[in-house]
Design a protein around this ligand. Structure first.
Ligand code: GLU
Length: 452
């Protein structure tokens, strides 16, 4: 899944959109595009395959149009060409959409819409969406109703933003699966599939939930469910400093993030370290009795976070003496896992939005496990859905090869292993040592002050 940005306000949208797409480049992409709605009944759509500079070189940044949506694509259906780059539009040119995700029933929808005379010009699954919205409008629905009904017709996963050429006073968006975040400004509102593009503009954000739809206007944001009922969502304040998302004096983000590790780790350990040899409890919502009730840990994660989990398995088994296994977030739900009573499922995800890890945690919870998320983004889906949360305080990580996010995950896993003494199944001796660890040599001077 790649990147989505959107803007509605009083400034020229094209530079805000391209800036936003640039800060999403770290996710990788094969093409990019933006659509501006100048309010004359048409769109200015610019797309290019390859790097963002190809798109940039085609744009007129003096264009004052202040409403638009943009996308970086990572092709799932159709070749990575300019024709397949988003935004996609309906045949009448009135509806445009950008989409992260996959519409599983796009072939059915295309066949059905083709019967009514619609033509398709791309190979993508996405194109059926603006065509469907336009078709429903031709049948008499207004834009918002057609958008909502079209979301009800697609199967699969999506983060979507949609514009109508005759109604440029709002952007309609929907989420089911990939993340979508609204940034609240003053007389302007922003949209992105990740917090990083929003940091420059605002720290006040709303994380859309699965099944949410939203209408963004310059001065309002309203959120609905698929059945049309209106809901309120909490406005979160992102703690990240906008400067932390800039490269500063470093050659590239990864270098900067390597150098940020000492600070990120100390921020993560702050107020969580044992002061005088006695472990402090972590901020977990479990009683001592509940903690003692955990017999097994299952760590669920993908990619780098899974590698942190493998180290965490070592920490927890070695120090807390609790049986621990690590599973691929992407596989767990497909293998009918056995979840014994007393299982704690720990999901590790930097963004808190890794769809497979979230699905694995949900699966574990549905089979009776208690759930804990280790995550870097307060307010993200993981922090809202897991029973307990331990935040890493790494700040935004832009470099694709993870550095400070990984090491702060290790710090939290280590804290978890050492500061939950009630997990330790091996009784302590009067010296504070646990007999099960006497086979390992200790470094002089350390014995007694820390569990190892
Ligand atoms: N499935 C869509 C496509 O192939 C969206 C891919 C993406 O998430 O970037 O165009």
């Amino acid at each position: 899944m790649c990147g989505i940005v959107g803007y509605i306000g009083h400034q020229g949208a094209s530079s805000i959109l391209v800036d936003g797409l640039r800060s999403l480049e770290y996710r990788g992409y094969d093409s990019a595009g933006i659509a501006l709605a100048p309010g004359d009944g048409s769109f200015r759509i610019t797309r290019a395959s390859g790097k963002l500079v190809n798109l940039q070189s085609r744009l007129d940044f003096s264009d004052p149009t202040s409403v638009g949506i943009g996308h970086t694509r990572w092709a799932t259906h159709g070749r990575p060409t300019e024709e397949n780059a988003h935004p996609h539009r309906s045949a009448d040119g009135k509806v445009v959409a950008v989409h992260n995700g996959i519409f599983e029933n796009y072939l059915e929808l295309r066949a059905e819409l083709a019967l009514t005379g619609h033509t398709f010009v791309t190979e993508t699954d996405t194109e059926c969406f603006p065509v469907l919205v336009s078709h429903l409008m031709n049948e008499g629905r207004d834009f918002a109703t057609a958008f909502r009904e079209a979301l009800g017709r697609v199967r699969g996963i999506y983060a979507l933003a949609c514009l109508h050429a005759d109604d440029p006073s709002r952007i309609l968006v929907g989420r089911s699966g990939p993340p979508l975040i609204i940034g609240i400004g003053e007389g302007e509102n922003f949209l992105a599939s990740d917090v990083v593009p929003l940091l420059k503009h605002t720290r006040r954000v709303i994380y859309l939930e699965d099944g949410d739809l939203a209408e963004l206007r310059t001065d309002s944001v309203r959120i609905f469910r698929l059945d049309g009922s209106e809901v309120t969502r909490e406005v979160h304040t992102i703690p990240f400093d906008p400067v932390s998302a800039e490269k500063g004096r470093f050659k590239h983000f990864m270098q900067k993030e390597i150098f940020e590790q000492p600070l990120a780790i100390s921020n993560t350990l702050l107020n969580r370290l044992p002061i005088s040899g006695e472990p402090l409890p972590l901020e977990l919502p479990y009683s001592d009795e509940e903690l003692r009730g955990f017999k097994r840990i299952v760590i669920l994660a993908c990619g780098t976070s899974r590698h942190a989990g493998l180290v965490g398995q070592f920490y927890i088994e070695h120090i807390a003496r609790l049986s621990t296994e690590v599973d691929y977030g992407s596989e767990y739900r497909y293998r009918e896992p056995v979840v014994e009573p007393g299982t704690l499922a720990i999901g590790i995800t930097q963004s808190g939005e890794t769809a497979d890890t979230l699905a694995a945690l949900k699966e574990a919870a549905s089979r009776g496990a208690r759930t804990l998320a280790i995550c870097n983004v307060q307010g993200s889906t993981a922090t809202r859905t897991a029973e307990a949360v331990l935040l890493t305080h790494a700040g935004p990580e832009i470099g694709v090869a993870s550095t400070k996010a990984f090491t702060t995950q290790l710090a939290v896993l280590l804290l978890l292993a050492i500061t939950c003494p009630s997990w330790h199944s091996c009784p302590r001796t009067s010296t504070g040592r646990r007999p099960c660890r006497t086979s390992r040599r200790r470094r002089p001077g350390r014995a007694g002050s820390w569990p190892w």
